[in-house]
Write a protein of this length. Structure first.
Ligand SMILES: C[S@@+](CC[C@H](N)C(=O)[O-])C[C@H]1O[C@@H](n2cnc3c(N)ncnc32)[C@H](O)[C@@H]1O
Length: 205
């Protein structure tokens, strides 16, 4: 097991849902951005590094029917499946490292909250971007949330690369046009604040 995978498996097997800094009872900003980009419930949506996030619960509740959640950690996905019960069967679950994943199709919406920012080296970033290109098509929406330029320098004890929507836009390249951006001050379950930057891109070609 790679060091990164064992790190995340340990997190999800030893910590309760509300003991991780990124916990949100509802991912309001993500929901708003996804609903605006893809109001049609048949939209094909993938949540990259979805972990045990409740975003998938809320997307199901809004009637979305084509949902995929990918995460490095089997334990994270198992938590979500357990929570969802019989509704878990309505979701495609993928246990994979995004830097090694070969998407089987192009999604209408690629959503990533707090995953790309862990990729601090040029090779792993390039591998993520190759998956992003393979998993999207012209017209797809890409929503990526990272720690903002003034945000923390690490998350879950791991270093992160911080971005503004503009610096992320440069990293994604001209094929992805920046269409929306939002800052969010996330409050951790223990009351500290973390500044997130959300950027929405439309794949142009
Ligand atoms: C900070 S958590 C965010 C989880 C979720 N997106 C949320 O907002 O609640 C980062 C997640 O990314 C996953 N992750 C980290 N590196 C990954 C990789 N290379 N491929 C896939 N998932 C990864 C972790 O297992 C973890 O669930």
């Amino acid at each position: 097991m790679s060091g990164t995978r064992s790190h995340w498996e340990k997190v999800y097997t030893t910590k309760a849902e509300t003991e991780v800094s990124w916990y949100q009872p509802h991912s309001q900003r993500s929901l708003e951005l996804i609903s605006a980009a893809a109001p049609d419930p048949v939209a094909e949506i993938v949540d990259i590094g979805g972990g045990a996030s409740r975003l998938v619960d809320d997307l199901l509740a809004r009637g979305y029917t084509d949902l995929t959640v990918l995460d490095l950690s089997e334990a994270a996905l198992a938590k979500s499946r357990l929570r969802l019960g019989s509704d878990a069967g309505k979701v495609a679950w993928v246990a994979a490292d995004i830097t090694e994943w070969h998407p089987p199709r192009a999604y209408d919406v690629w959503h990533d909250r707090a995953v790309f920012h862990f990729l601090t080296g040029p090779e792993e970033q390039a591998a993520y971007l190759a998956a992003l290109r393979a998993g999207t098509a012209a017209g797809s929406t890409v929503i990526i949330a990272t720690f903002a330029l003034d945000g923390p320098q690490s998350c879950s004890g791991l270093p992160v690369q911080r971005y503004s929507p503009e610096t992320l836009s440069v990293r994604l390249g001209p094929a992805f046009g920046l269409t929306r951006q939002a800052e969010e001050m996330h409050e951790t379950p223990w009351g500290t604040q973390q500044e997130f930057s959300y950027a929405v891109f439309r794949r142009e070609a």
